[in-house]
Design a protein around this ligand. Structure first.
Ligand code: NG1
Ligand code: ZN
Length: 542
């Protein structure tokens, strides 16, 4: 470690005095102009993590669904998964160290984690389309190089594409080739194979409108679409040529406002979907003949995919252990449907894919989706080997089912939730089952639900337990929520500090939209009073 060089270089990426940030649900997020030092320091940290794990580490510069003026950064661990929890703490320490302490904190981390500083290191970097992302990714590279790390800058990538690259590199190409071409070929080959197994019943060529949130998803879909255009034609909207990133469009807007994105003309019953700003989330929707908007969210993706996978397993006669993982934001009726109709065990974890992903790894087939459209399906190594073996051994319909499963394994991004990959899976499953969006939507009816953001002086005065479904502090808050929830039918409400924005999120569901809105308003007022609300008391503004 060349201490002088680090000190000198760090001074070029100076931390605004007094600024503290926390490695949250998906890394650091803040206004882009506050992040230069964080990027440089995450470059340093990625080198240490790479040396320690003797693997390639990823650094993604993105703030996903946040507004365009924000940015963020997260580290990707060796198998393409999120950074280990203990290293999140190191990340927070390093990001918040005052200038004169940077070297000491860095040395401290490397001693505590027994990092062999003589070991080689390799870091791969990707970024989204935000105007600030290029410069910030250069700060990451400064951090990597000053610690003597080697790197490859992939430039513009979706977040899940970088997860894929990390996974490929650390499995010596077993998972796939660590290039964009490799990613496109792996996914489209599996999709085309699945499409060959569809017996068409007059449905003809399939088409889909995609709202790209004015983000990276548009660029990458344009590069990819010719690989599968015979099987599926996609029409891109909000492709970044006119509008602003995530503004009045994209998966987060569609989910939170429960309305179609702007910039996309939707005719009745047309098949539509939205990506978020870094293309790791996807939601489907359509407008019926009366002009009513119908959202098909991550919970319904989990429902469709779980029942499809269960049918295939039944066909091949394999009793693999399936688990579905959700968060507290999952619609109550989706949980009921999964447990009572699909008959799969359902688990609830804290918000944020790192928690869901971790839990899903416990099963032969772990299906995880957040309601907001973030998710994937993980297959354990033994399950994958078994399925690949059966697709060679079995005959007839059983063999077909095993081959479908094999292609589904290749089509799902095993490293992270991925809008492009999930879109192709959903398209394949709907075509194979001969389902329209309306039929998919009719699997169950969502309980009316809504969320609200409450601004408070310090959102961390709220602490939670039981997978974030109950508040422990401030005193009296949970009791007050319990009292309010009791007033309504089929009702549920909970509050938690956001890990990506400086707000407290309030969620409510109940038997009618009227009840939801009134419960949401009451709970938000209690949060405002007991948790130090600032500004105006939050109002429903839809
Ligand atoms: P926070 O801000 O911690 O609620 C949001 C989403 C998460 C996850 C992360 C990462 C909701 C309620 N929360 O987290 O599900 O996707 O962003 O992007 O949608
Ligand atoms: Zn995202």
């Amino acid at each position: 470690m060349d201490s002088n060089a680090i000190i000198k270089c760090s001074a070029l990426h100076v931390k605004p005095k007094g600024l503290t940030l926390q490695y949250g649900t998906a890394g650091f997020r803040s206004k882009a102009e506050h992040l230069d030092h964080v990027m440089f320091r995450m470059g340093l940290l990625a080198v240490l993590r790479s040396k320690q794990t003797k693997s390639t580490i990823g650094v993604m510069v993105t703030a996903s669904h946040n507004p365009e003026e924000d940015n963020g950064v997260k580290l990707i661990d060796p198998l393409g998964e999120m950074l280990a929890l203990s290293w999140e703490e190191h990340a927070t320490h390093l990001a918040n160290a005052e200038e004169q302490d940077v070297l000491r904190v860095l040395t401290d981390i490397s001693e505590r984690e027994a990092v062999n500083l003589h070991h080689d290191s390799f870091v791969v970097i990707g970024r989204d389309t935000r105007p600030s992302s290029k410069k910030l990714s250069e700060a990451v590279i400064d951090g990597v190089t000053v610690l003597g790390g080697q790197f490859h800058d992939y430039g513009l990538l979706t977040t899940p594409q970088l997860h894929y690259m990390v996974c490929c590199r650390n499995t010596n190409g077993q998972y796939g080739e660590a290039t964009l071409e490799g990613y496109y070929q792996k996914l489209s080959k599996a999709f085309v194979e699945l499409s060959k197994q569809v017996s068409y019943n007059g449905d003809g060529h399939r088409s889909l409108k995609v709202d790209c949130a004015n983000g990276i998803g548009a660029l990458k879909l344009k590069e990819m679409e010719h690989y599968f255009s015979k099987e599926l034609s996609i029409k891109l909207f909000n492709d970044g040529t006119k509008g602003k990133l995530n503004y009045l469009c994209g998966a987060d807007f569609v989910k939170s406002c429960q309305e179609p994105p702007q910039g996309m003309d939707i005719k009745s019953n047309e098949r539509c979907c939205s990506f978020d700003g870094d293309a790791d989330r996807i939601l489907y929707y359509y407008c019926d003949t009366d002009g009513h908007f119908h959202l098909i969210d991550g919970d319904k993706m989990a429902a469709l995919i779980s029942s499809f996978l269960k049918e295939l397993l039944l066909e091949i006669g394999e009793n693999l252990n399936i688990g579905v993982v959700q968060t507290a934001y999952a619609n109550g009726n989706s949980t009921r449907y999964l447990e009572e109709v699909v008959k799969v065990p359902v688990y609830c974890t804290k918000t944020g894919v790192k928690h869901l992903h971790h839990k899903a790894q416990e099963f032969d087939i772990g299906i995880y989706f957040e309601a907001n459209g973030h998710g994937t399906v993980l297959f354990s190594k033994p399950a994958e080997t078994k399925i690949r073996q059966l697709s060679k051994e079995l005959r007839g319909k059983k063999r077909n089912a095993a081959e479908i499963l094999e292609n589904i394994i290749d089509l799902f991004n095993q490293a992270a939730g991925d809008a492009i990959s999930d879109m192709l899976v959903i398209e394949a499953v709907l075509a194979l089952k001969g389902l329209t969006l309306q039929q998919w939507d009719a699997l169950y009816t969502d309980l009316p639900n809504r969320q609200l953001k409450v601004k408070v002086a310090d959102r961390y005065v709220i602490s939670t337990t039981n997978a974030e479904r109950q508040a422990i502090t401030p005193p009296g808050l949970q009791e007050a929520i319990d009292g309010l929830v009791k007033k309504y039918r089929l009702s549920r409400a909970f509050v938690r500090p956001s890990g990506t924005e400086d707000v407290v999120r309030v969620y409510a569901e109940a038997d009618s939209q009227e009840s939801v809105d009134s419960l949401l308003h009451e709970v938000s007022s209690v949060v405002f009073q007991l948790a130090g609300g600032i500004g105006e008391i939050p109002q429903l503004s839809f």
